[in-house]
Design a protein around this ligand. Sequence first.
Ligand code: SAH
Length: 288
Amino acid sequence: MAKGQRFTAGRKSLQRGALHAIAARSPVPGRVYLVGAGPGSVDLLTLRAAALIGRADVLVHDRLVGDDVLALAPASAERVYVGKARGRHTLPQPEINALLVRYALAGRDVVRLKGGDPFVFGRGGEEIEALRAHAIAFEVVPGVTAACGMAAYAGIPLTHRDHAHAVTFVAGHLKDGTMDLDWPALARPGQTIVVYMGLAGLPVLVRELVAHGLPGVTPAAVVQQACSPQQRVVAGTLQELPCLARGARIEPPALVVVGDVVALRASFAWFAPEVHATGGHAAAAGGG
Ligand code: SAH
């Protein structure tokens, strides 16, 4: 196959990486490590993740992996970015799968770094299916998923014996102007809901939850860039949250969290960059 023939992403770093990967097929395939990089801060990596990154041959990473995490890799490591570039879309998942397969078949060990945990809205399962189809060995390293990082750093326990006996993580991206979620189940009291990728659809989320019976006065928050020095939090009631988030110009990556536990942050928040914003009067503060 001609060098670079099948790599059409047009991204320099990717093309460079691809050229190396298209070396002749190695008799001994490499191994792929699907590694959770946690929610942003290098301190929140697992020891296993840090060790694997520290001796990485090839690093394939997306946009949620911070520079301080990437800096742990040896200078000799080949870095391949497959996330969103300005004005461009993420590399399609099948192309990422093919890239991992190609490197491994060329005999390279690959650290596939993903924000948070690889198995929580991380499409780790799809990558494993591709690896298995080519009999490529793999290992999965868990990471602190954004919801757990956010809970700790925003002072919002996800469960609490007096307030929430269950927690549900949902993906909140919009499809045809709505979200494909089980609204009656989500609107039940006594639980916490954490919405990933839910910022753009926040008004829809609030409208549906309230329409299905969750009181508009339920405590709720949006947390941007949780666990980083840029963390920002807006908290108030469910019904006022879209307005608060818009007013504070909250941007992705952000999580929405809904439930009585959010009220606890008024006394549980400990992380310095944030300034409390409760009751709908104050806006978010701190950082960009
Ligand atoms: N596998 C990742 C989730 C990837 S989906 C994990 O386990 O955390 C991407 C979404 O995760 C973002 O749109 C955002 O909703 C959320 N997210 C990831 N990192 C975040 C952070 N540091 N702060 C707030 N939300 C974050």
